[in-house]
Design a protein around this ligand. Structure first.
Ligand code: TTP
Ligand code: MG
Ligand code: MG
Length: 345
């Protein structure tokens, strides 16, 4: 399994397109627009990380750490277009690909080591950007390898090294173990993955449920997931906007979502497309992005109303999240042509 993750992605893109900023601190910001500097850091280059700036930090605090830093607004459309270029390069080199975020891919290839090297070079040649590649026997191992080798690295883990790296990792570093599970595991005396090994399978299942319990048990004894979920990126239309203030009030959030949905539908109308999936996007005060989706068996068009679905998805999200919401969005994906498709529906 290969894992490819771009280095300080948004900030590196800005470095490349503005060579005059070379060697300066560059932070990409998500300005909320409420006051001049309100908002948070999306990401920052290594010069900025060295002085303590991090993703998610309020812009005001970051500016205190870097008086002469360059603070740029995020240009998502541009970053997305570069992500698409990289996606194409990876797909043309691999047999199976899963894009797991804007700058991150899992992939299988005939010869992972050789392919990883080639992809790294092709990305550099066509975008001038560096990435880090991890190769291991499992998803988890490959991801941990690339995290460890950052930036501009390449790390191959044989079975034994993969096992050691995972075994010695604190449980909260494992994808899928959130703060709640971490606390519960700590209570059981489990700090690192290797501590899971002493635990009884039935106790884990009783405490965490069948799926998670069995997964944790396997993790402890060194059985890791190596599945790839093949996801082809399809066209989509989306709109994201800031709320006037951080809130959890349903009325205020709903009003904004409905407004954004109307705008996204305008695009559908002009491009004559139907969609199969509606996704609501919530960005909480800590700038984490959450999504809730609903897919329809019959594609929907610009005229159908989604108010009931929106209310339902929004409640599902708010019932499970305690943080306040900062930004919201609507996305239509799984697009199909309106013309000539009517009989198929
Ligand atoms: P990451 O891959 O997590 O981070 P990165 O590429 O900036 O740095 P690294 O070299 O450590 O991989 O995220 C990819 C992009 O997603 C990042 O460039 C900006 C965006 N992002 C946010 O907007 N907010 C966040 O909290 C994080 C973590 C990322
Ligand atoms: Mg990255
Ligand atoms: Mg990433």
């Amino acid at each position: 399994m290969l894992h490819i993750d771009m280095d300080y992605f948004f900030a590196q893109i800005e470095e490349i397109r503005n060579p005059e900023y070379k060697n300066k601190i560059i932070a990409v910001c998500i300005f909320s627009g409420r006051t001049e500097d309100s908002g948070v850091i999306s990401t920052v280059n290594y010069e900025g990380r060295n002085v303590g700036i991090k993703s998610g930090m309020p812009i005001v605090n970051a500016k205190k750490l870097a008086k002469s830093g360059i603070f740029l607004p995020a240009d998502h459309k541009y970053y997305e277009s570069i992500s698409q270029t990289i996606d194409g390069l990876i797909r043309s080199n691999c047999t199976k690909v899963e894009k797991s975020s804007i700058d991150e891919w899992y992939a299988l290839a005939e010869d992972e080591v050789e392919t990883g090297k080639r992809i790294k070079l092709e990305i550099l040649n066509s975008t001038n950007l560096t990435c880090t590649v991890g190769v291991a026997h499992s998803r988890l191992g490959a991801k941990m390898a690339s995290d460890k080798a950052k930036p501009n690295g390449f790390l191959i883990l044989g079975k034994e090294k993969e096992r050691n790296l995972i075994d010695n990792s604190p449980v909260e570093k494992i994808i899928g173990i959130g703060p709640k599970t971490k606390d519960e595991l700590n209570e059981l005396g489990v700090k690192t993955v290797s501590d899971l090994r002493g635990l009884n399978q039935f106790i884990l299942i009783e405490k965490f449920g069948k799926k998670t319990g069995a997964w944790l048990y396997n993790l402890g004894i060194g059985i890791y997931d190596s599945e790839i979920e093949e996801r082809i990126e399809k066209g989509e239309f989306s709109r994201i906007g800031s709320l006037k203030e951080n809130t959890r009030e349903k009325g205020k959030i709903l009003e904004k979502i409905v407004e954004l949905e109307r705008e996204a539908k305008e695009e559908l109308k002009y491009s004559k497309k139907f969609y199969k999936t509606l996704t609501l996007i919530f960005i909480t005060e800590d700038i984490k992005m959450h999504t809730k989706s609903r897919s329809f068996s019959k594609p929907r068009g610009e005229k159908e109303t989604n108010l009931d679905e929106i209310k339902k998805l929004m409640s599902e999200f708010l019932d499970n999240e305690r943080k306040e919401v900062r930004r919201v969005g609507v996305k239509f994906s799984g697009l199909v042509e309106m013309d000539g498709q009517t009989t198929l529906f």
